[in-house]
Design a protein around this ligand. Structure first.
Ligand code: G6P
Length: 369
């Protein structure tokens, strides 16, 4: 079994460390660097079909829903098409507004999640154009969707999703480039710039993984907390949600993700020295805003674990502990910031002695409603 885990103590840790490789596999063979475009033929969507899309609905569960939330930011920013994100078990029992101009994009690692599959069938029946982002080749969802974009992360064994999530983000970035090129909102030059950014991701992930030992020390320091709060803004808000979910899933510590700017409307009442607050504060367009949210936490006696861009001395001076990662640019930062959050959940769980790869009450794939 140790061999299967490639020398790692758990599948989860192995899969976290596989992420640079997994991302390379997601982009392999898909980049048209000269043209500033990508090829996603298996999605079976012509430029003409893409130009006919009036609205996009992304539907998923769990961790895949978090990647969908990031996808909304990317597509609205670059393609100027309204994107709605829904949880599959909610979507299927609403009366969703769907027509032949709607692209229904489902995201599922396993391709077998019952609610997501049912949502896909419902949307198909209502005449939507459908596509799926899946990891498992030939899964039910991959087969039933009109087109598919495989993440090619390789088998994910740990129940807590890691490399599947990160490669979903990369897949969404690829699709954004393709869609933007087709509808004309992304030009060749910009496509090239986006591709160049993507090509740096594996190396940045490698660097982010170097925080492993430091994260373990932080885990030791905070492992006895009963609750954690995770804060982020914009594209990093879903990353805060995902960080909190990872901690809940495997360490059984209550954790909540919140948009940093919304903290004053509730969670600020909870701030005290017993609840660590993980703040995602990379150098980006909302940096000053998040910094002031972080200062509000500190002013109320809160203990901040800040995840920031490498070399940020201002944050290092203010937060109780700081984890620096190389967040090159704004839009790929969510991918890099995911790594220390995965490692934090992992080490807290190991220190608490839980069954990291098979946490209680959870299933890798929920194939019943
Ligand atoms: C389960 C797993 C999660 C996963 C979710 C959706 O809850 O434990 O890790 O995110 O299902 O799974 P899917 O395969 O559809 O992405």
């Amino acid at each position: 079994l140790m061999a299967e885990k490639g020398g790692y103590k758990h599948f989860m840790l192995k899969e976290i460390f596989e992420q640079p490789r997994a991302v390379q596999d997601t982009i392999a063979g898909r980049l048209l660097e000269e043209q500033g475009d990508v090829r996603l033929e298996e999605m079976k969507l012509s430029d003409e079909q893409l130009r006919g899309i009036g609205r996009i609905c992304i539907v998923a569960c769990g961790t895949s829903w978090h990647s969908a939330l990031v996808g909304k930011f990317l597509m609205e920013e670059h393609c100027r098409i309204p994107v709605e994100v829904d949880i599959a078990s909610e979507f299927r029992y609403r009366n969703p507004v769907i027509d032949s101009k709607t692209l229904l994009l489902v995201i599922s690692q396993s391709g077998e999640t019952a609610d997501t599959l049912a949502a896909l069938r419902e949307a198909k029946a209502r005449g939507a154009v459908t596509a799926a982002i899946c990891n498992v080749v030939d899964s039910s969802i991959a087969r039933e969707a009109h087109g598919v974009l495989y993440t090619h992360a390789g088998p994910e064994i740990g129940v807590a999703s890691t490399k599947a999530f990160v490669t979903q983000l990369v897949a969404l970035y690829l699709f954004t480039i393709r869609l933007g090129r087709a509808v004309g909102t992304i030009d060749c030059e910009q496509g090239r710039t986006m591709i160049a950014g993507l090509l740096k991701v594996p190396a940045l992930l490698e660097q982010a993984l170097e925080t492993n030992e430091q994260v373990e020390r932080i885990a030791r320091r905070y492992m006895n907390a009963r609750d954690f709060l995770y804060l982020g803004r914009g594209m990093n808000y879903p990353i805060a949600l995902e960080g909190a979910l990872k901690l809940k899933e495997i360490s059984y510590i209550h954790a909540e993700g919140y948009p940093a700017g919304e903290m004053k409307h509730g969670p600020i009442a909870l701030i005290d020295e017993d609840m660590p607050v993980v703040v995602l504060v990379p150098k980006n367009s909302t940096y000053e805003k998040v910094l002031s949210n972080m200062e509000e936490v500190i002013a109320r006696g809160g203990r901040v674990i800040a995840i920031c861009s490498a070399g940020d001395e201002e944050i290092a001076k203010k937060a109780e502990v700081t984890l620096e990662v190389p967040t090159d640019g704004e839009e790929l930062a969510p991918i890099i910031l995911s790594v220390p959050l995965q490692l934090l959940a992992y080490h807290v769980a190991v220190l608490k002695g839980t069954d990291v790869d098979q946490p209680r009450n959870l299933a890798k794939s929920v194939t019943v409603e």
